[in-house]
Design a protein around this ligand. Sequence first.
Ligand SMILES: Cc1ncc(COP(=O)(O)O)c(C=O)c1O
Length: 292
Amino acid sequence: MKDKQIQKLITKEEKREQSVINLIASENFVSDDVRQALGSVFTNKYAEGYPGRRYYGGNSVVDELEILTQERALKLFKLSSSKWHVNVQALSGSPANIAVYLALLPHDGSGRIMGMQLAHGGHLTHGHSVSASGKFWKQISYGVSEKTERIDFDVLMKIAKKEKPHIIVAGFTAYPRKIEWKKFRAVADAVGAYLMVDMSHIAGLVAGGAHASPFPYADIVTTTTHKTLRGPRGAMIFVKKDVREMYQKIDKAVFPGLQGGPHENAIAGIAVALHESAQPAFKKYAEQPDAH
Ligand SMILES: Cc1ncc(COP(=O)(O)O)c(C=O)c1O
């Protein structure tokens, strides 16, 4: 690299990463192939819009890339394209979650998101007041039982029936237990709410079969791609096609609602990571959290 100052910092960071024991659950180490894709010429391209419907010329290769990434994402989680749509353009986990709210909740301050409190393991974007999710919409918060440190679904049902949320968010930043998707579905059904699963932390475990899949129960599944899925920074939003126009609304919330040009180099990196996580070796990796 000609820029010696930055090269020095890259080398320094590489040494730091190699010399510490990292117990940060939201981080991972991507493969050289993922890094090659991230540093590829796809970073040069503007591609506002979606495959076949771009606002710039020259996107035939980008279209191929994005369609292949979508196909790999659906295949990895065993989803049929007739039942599920996936958006791979959200720049990261937080904007992916905000895009869902922007698409599905009222914009007059009456929208209600039922999410886990931050201190009990939820994420800021599950309705916390410092996040846009809690500024434009109201958080109906829930937590874990102080006795069992697990989610008490009787309490959840009571809160939901009283507060009538529009969206219930399941999937957490810090909840080291198996998540009971079916029980969340029952609460959502009882109050007519959408069930949104944010599987950011466990996406790799779901892909590798080490945690039950939320897809049989959720209406929307969001995920970052850089945690257990071992890809570059980015996000995916899976949307069930059975609710009329839901996925089109979410696509529109991502672009043009919140973003301009997608980071196609990151999408190329996501495609590589999706290929890697479909290999038998990834299944073993998902079952052994201490291996990488
Ligand atoms: C459950 C969950 N959702 C969303 C996010 C946000 O992801 P990002 O940092 O990519 O915005 C995180 C980040 O740690 C998370 O834990």
